[in-house]
Design a protein around this ligand. Structure first.
Ligand SMILES: NC(=O)c1ccc[n+]([C@@H]2O[C@H](COP(=O)([O-])OP(=O)(O)OC[C@H]3O[C@@H](n4cnc5c(N)ncnc54)[C@H](O)[C@@H]3O)[C@@H](O)[C@H]2O)c1
Length: 448
């Protein structure tokens, strides 16, 4: 099949590369000329394990191309996947300007091809409020007139950054919303190589497919806010959330996925998708109190953690002039994505209180410098970042932070204080090594 990906972000690029890898011819289009220039030089603009190698292989085989040329990208495509961003605006509503921009571009090319063309399938892969795909269909129809044939579908994406290739190649399920059987069959053919493990392709109506994505993300966000609320109760009553987690999660009905306490969720999906559910509910006059509580709990989780940092330094004149080192800036490990990352919130707050901020992330340093400007000092080595710090904050659970050289840290840091937002360490271990240790849902530890 000839496929076009609109947008070469985390979803568009991974989807395009993986579809080309099963033999399809894929054109990846982006309006960002800088990204396309990089891609055409063989440089992957995002960090995603395994992506560069797969990209190189399929470019070399002549199955994968990158362009800013809309006409070239849309002209010969059988299916066009809209994979552009759908961020929240300042009121929490989904901003559809990129989706509409892409739809208008597609419509203009369809119109230029005339009524005799084979109908292309325009697929919404971006996460969009329920009803958007059909509204986009109507928008395109209004722009091209009644004669031009095309079909629409919704195919939400469930990949996780950091494990995106694996998730795409071996999806738990594929969800597709269609209006007709022929389009459904085209999707069965396209995804067949990805579901040989027996995992299902669910064909359904478009509105339900759009809702599956929100329901899934909102549920995962709920699990995170729930366990963080339990962690806060543990702190208040002297229980240990790690023990509680073990006891609770061994119940098969509960399970242990997505039930890790920490700094709350970040990234480009959960925060905006939870807000979108709230907005969809309010638009129809529905009570969406669970979604609201999930969102509020998540916002407060970062504040609570920052309160711990401030609380420790209160008797030492507050944070002004203190140096805080942050390990981890990406919103989660194995990605360079810093959108809505808890580390950014904590760093900005610390700077606001007059602290000096140092930071290190294995792959997100460049994005952090771009986002935060000259406020914090971003360093290329985790120990360099910790040098001279009054406290170390663990803000992302990268593997390399899990067993650090505590002896070295004790020597290079000015203060021996660790604020662990990811519960990476054993409490006893840190006290014995002479550190103050604060984590989430567990009592703080004093140096032994
Ligand atoms: N990032 C994830 O992990 C993830 C997972 C599942 C679903 N999603 C959803 O997928 C969508 C895309 O997310 P993302 O993280 O890949 O976004 P992104 O911001 O990384 O990439 C979007 C790209 O689209 C490009 N673009 C914008 N308008 C365009 C146009 N008219 N023509 C061509 N390109 C255009 C932008 O330049 C950008 O490169 C969102 O709706 C998101 O909610 C994301």
């Amino acid at each position: 099949m000839r496929l076009t990906m609109v947008g070469t972000g985390y979803v568009g690029l991974v989807t395009g590369v993986c579809f080309s890898n099963t033999g399809n011819h894929v054109i990846c289009l982006d309006v960002d000329a800088g990204k396309i220039e990089k891609l055409n030089k063989g440089v992957c603009p995002i960090y995603e394990p395994g992506l560069t190698e797969l990209m190189e292989r399929n470019v070399a085989a002549g199955r994968l191309e990158f362009t800013t040329d809309k006409s070239k990208a849309y002209r010969d495509a059988d299916m066009i996947f809209i994979c552009v961003g759908t961020p929240s605006d300042e009121r929490g509503h989904t901003d559809l300007k990129y989706v509409h921009g892409a739809a208008d571009d597609i419509a203009d090319v369809l119109k230029s091809l005339g009524p005799k063309q084979t109908p292309k399938v325009i697929v919404m892969k971006s996460t969009v409020p329920v009803g958007t795909t059909l509204a986009v269909r109507d928008r395109i129809r209004a722009r091209v007139g009644p004669e031009i044939p095309f079909r629409v579908a919704d195919n939400p994406e469930f990949l996780k950054e950091g494990a995106a290739i694996d998730d795409f190649n071996k999806p738990d399920r594929v969800v597709v919303g269609v209006e007709d059987e022929a389009t459904g069959n085209a999707f069965k053919d396209l995804y067949d190589p990805f579901v040989r493990n027996g995992h299902p392709i669910y064909l359904m109506d478009i509105l339900s497919a759009e809702m599956v994505k929100y329901a899934s993300n909102n549920f995962l966000a709920t699990k995170i806010s729930f366990i963080n609320e339990m962690a806060n109760l543990c702190e208040a009553y002297g229980a240990d959330i790690n023990r509680v987690r073990e006891g609770m999660c061994s119940d098969k009905r509960i399970g242990n996925a997505f039930l890790y306490p920490g700094l709350g969720y970040g990234g480009s999906c959960f925060p905006k998708d939870t807000l979108a559910c709230i907005m969809m509910g309010e638009t129809r006059g529905l009570s969406v109190s669970v979604s609201k509580a999930v969102h509020d709990t998540n916002q407060k989780q970062r504040d609570r953690f920052f309160d711990k940092i401030q609380g420790h330094f209160k008797s030492q004149g507050g944070l002004s002039g203190k140096t805080l080192a942050f390990w981890g800036i990406a919103f989660k490990p194995r990605t360079d994505d810093i959108r809505e990352a808890p580390a950014l919130t904590l760093m900005r707050k610390a700077l606001g209180y007059g602290a000096l901020v140092r930071g290190f992330d294995p792959v997100a340093n460049e994005n952090a410098r771009r986002e935060l400007g000259s406020g914090p000092v971003i360093l290329e080595d985790m120990y360099e970042a910790a040098k001279g710090a009054d406290a170390l904050v663990i803000s992302t659970d990268w593997d390399e932070f899990k067993s650090p050289d505590f002896g070295r840290l004790a020597q290079i840091m000015r203060g021996k204080v660790i604020f662990d937002g990811r519960n990476l360490y054993r409490r006893g271990q840190l006290g014995e090594k002479g550190f103050w240790y604060y984590s989430v849902g567990r009592a703080p530890v004093k140096p032994a």
